[in-house]
Design a protein around this ligand. Structure first.
Ligand code: L34
Length: 293
């Protein structure tokens, strides 16, 4: 069993980016700048966005964090997005999800200029991904592809079961794993909450990618010997023995599943850190005008 070290891989990618930024600075080019909009105080969201901003500093990007309380109006958000769309300084920006219920998330995402949509959530960029055109790939699926590639995990003709159909992870992941190039070429099954007999599908899988946020969903009996297991879940569960009062749990029951796997991601330290590295990569692409000339 080989542990897929997301932290180490993320750091390697960030070093590559930092080297490129140093080069850009030397040549007097535009230093990439990421802005992030964070609404409210959800613990997970605050942690993720804080880590994104810190990662910008680490690789030499400029960054701007814009925070609002939970009661921000949709209009205020849309005005800020307009400002960021027009900014000369900001190359790319994200609106961290989820947003409060009174805000129409889809409307907010559609207000972002696709050229600056480094999350790849705008319908134009989603469409470009599906069509196989150059685009910003959503960071979490892109990070999983990086893990498969950098560990040289075979995917050609493999049975890949993706669990969860969110716009952020499951849906794009299923499309990308089916693409006619490595690390794709897999036979993909997309399972979700209406799937009847989930174990029937996972037991046939060479690669399982679970992105549902239900701790312990994947148990050892559901996994084939030698499978590759990618755990995207990071659910906070209360734990009185921890200083923070909680710990992170993935969708996979790691202790029982890991011994059966050829490769498996830990939680934390698996897919999460890759999400941040790939957001930086997209921001670099935006600054270099690599997607839209
Ligand atoms: N707009 N919303 C937008 N873009 C995104 O790409 C995200 N996502 C998801 C939630 N909402 C979003 C993230 O940033 C999930 N996500 C994310 C990012 C980073 C980490 C986990 C999820 C991460 O770094 N996880 C660490 C643990 C961090 C901790 O201590 O909680 C890990 O090792 O898994």
């Amino acid at each position: 069993m080989i542990l897929l070290d997301g932290k180490k891989t993320s750091e390697a990618i960030q070093q590559e980016i930092a080297a490129e930024v140093a080069q850009i600075k030397e040549n007097g080019g535009k230093v990439p700048h990421l802005a992030a909009i964070l609404v409210g105080n959800d613990g997970g969201s605050v942690t993720y966005v804080t880590n994104k901003v810190l990662a910008c500093e680490k690789v030499g990007f400029g960054s701007t964090l814009i925070r609002y309380e939970d009661d921000v109006t949709e209009e205020e958000l849309l005005n800020k997005i307009q400002e960021l769309n027009e900014s000369e300084e900001v190359d790319g920006f994200i609106v961290q999800l989820p947003l409060p219920k009174h805000i129409d998330s889809q409307k907010v995402l559609e207000a972002i200029d696709p050229k600056k949509d480094v999350d790849g959530f705008h319908p134009v960029n989603v469409g470009r991904m599906v069509a196989g055109l150059s685009t910003f790939l959503p960071a979490t699926p892109a990070g999983i592809l990086q893990l498969l590639e950098r560990y040289e995990i075979p995917t050609d003709g493999k049975n890949c079961v993706v669990i969860g159909r969110s716009n952020i992870v499951g849906s794009p992941m299923s499309i990308l794993m089916a693409k006619a190039a490595y690390p794709g070429n897999a036979t993909v099954t997309l399972c979700h909450r209406n799937t009847i007999n989930l174990p029937h599908f996972t037991q046939q899988a060479d690669i399982i990618i679970s992105a549902v946020g239900r701790p312990g969903l994947i148990t050892a009996d559901m996994v084939k010997e030698g499978a590759v297991v990618i755990d995207v879940g990071t659910t906070r569960v209360s734990d009185a023995t921890r200083k923070a009062g909680y710990r992170l749990r993935g969708d996979v029951d790691f202790d029982s599943v890991a011994p059966k796997c050829s490769y498996i991601t830990p939680v934390p330290g698996g897919v999460g850190p890759l999400t941040i590295a790939m957001l930086l990569k997209n921001t670099l692409k935006a600054a270099k005008r690599e997607v839209y000339a």
